[in-house]
Design a protein around this ligand. Structure first.
Ligand code: UD1
Length: 339
């Protein structure tokens, strides 16, 4: 029996593959390499001592997916494969709907026809928009996301809930807050293509000199230091939550399970706090300038993680500085590869 991990060479996917292998699962990766690199597969093997099955397939092509399901006894899927650039999703909405939703529907067709249960979906805290109350619980009302990317996540959740109800299957919707950091080995991490949009990759590229200065998008928010607050969660902790969520589904005696979990550290940090923590952790300077606000940014978002603690027996305990140290180690690994 094997677990299908789509997008398994990507940022969160690759860390999750390592945790799955460490927990004795057989892993089948499908990843079209559109936002990842083949060397990640080799690094997964170096870290775990095991080589997962790998197919470089585009999951929009159903006939290729069918081949994978024919070749392996799939007992569950963790679906990371998706386009995730918020800005790009506004310019290429049809491509985003096609890539993120066709992929999902193709896997669900295979699940439906073959009677497979246990589906884990990468969702995002973006489904809450600017929530009125902090911390954000799983019962916080959803808002229609502003971005097409966010809409594909909300639609994906709805498709999965309908799927679970109609065919009596088990699903888990994992709403990530802001994943950061890298594997402690320094061999897995986020591979930003072009100019990074997310804070930590931009901080790293500034510290290493690829970017001249970090642009801090606004310091006039209604927060203690004026910069927005997010819940930064260490990627290895996040990966471990997937293993717990999968185990929970597999061990449940219920036929239909619809799980929803917020996955964060349960603590908010401001942009300036992240920059300071990075500087302290790595003893480097990050030059920055204050710029006007970025369109679409919210003031504050952090998770109430008590449900995940209670039901998944999971908690993210890695301090911000430690995860930022791993991020820096990964950046140096990337530098050494390009030299
Ligand atoms: C962004 C996406 C969100 C997605 C998430 C994935 C937007 C509007 N939202 O969220 O949909 O789920 O990434 O991780 O793009 N910042 C700077 N300078 C930078 C980069 C970021 O000041 O160069 C600030 C931002 O204003 C924000 C914080 O850092 O306050 C975090 O930004 P980012 O990493 O892009 O995450 P989100 O905006 O939370």
């Amino acid at each position: 029996m094997a677990v299908l991990v789509t997008g398994g060479l990507g940022y969160i996917g690759s860390h999750t593959v390592v945790e799955l292998i460490n927990n004795g699962y057989e892993v089948v990766i499908v990843d079209d390499l559109s936002n990842s690199e083949r060397f990640i597969l080799k690094n997964i093997e170096e870290i775990t001592g095991k080589k997962p099955f790998f197919y470089p397939f585009d999951l929009r092509r159903r006939e290729l997916l069918t081949q994978v399901f024919d070749a392996h006894q799939i007992e569950g899927c963790i679906n990371f494969a998706a386009s995730k650039a918020v800005g790009e999703s506004q310019i290429k909405p049809v491509d985003y709907y096609e890539n993120n939703l066709f992929t999902l529907i193709n896997i669900l067709q295979e699940f439906k026809e073959r009677g497979i249960s246990n589906f884990i979906f990468s969702s995002s805290c973006t489904v809450y928009g600017q929530a009125e109350k902090m911390p954000i619980t799983e019962n916080t009302p959803l808002k229609l996301p502003e971005s097409v990317y966010g809409k594909t996540k909300q639609m994906g959740e709805e498709i999965l809930i309908d799927f679970a109800k109609a065919y009596q299957r088990k699903i888990s919707l994992l709403r990530y807050f802001n994943p950061i950091g890298a594997h402690p080995s320094g061999k897995l991490g986020e591979l930003p293509i072009g100019v990074p949009n997310n804070l930590v990759p931009y901080v790293m590229q500034t510290a290493v000199g690829i970017r001249e200065k970090l642009n801090i998008w606004g310091d006039d928010y209604d927060t203690a230091d004026g910069t927005p607050i997010r819940d930064y969660i260490y990627v290895v902790d996040l990966a471990k939550a997937h293993v717990s969520a999968l185990k929970k589904l597999m061990e449940s005696n219920e036929q239909t399970v619809i799980d929803i979990f917020n996955l964060g550290a349960g603590k908010g940090s401001s942009v300036l706090e992240v920059v300071k923590a990075f500087e302290t952790a790595n003893d480097v300077k990050v030059p920055y300038q204050i710029c006007p606000r970025r369109e679409g940014d919210i003031t504050i978002a952090y998770a109430d993680v008590t449900k995940a603690e209670r039901e998944l027996h999971w908690k993210s305990e890695t301090p911000l500085e430690e995860s930022l140290r791993t991020a820096w180690k990964w950046q140096q690994y990337l530098e050494s590869k390009t030299v």
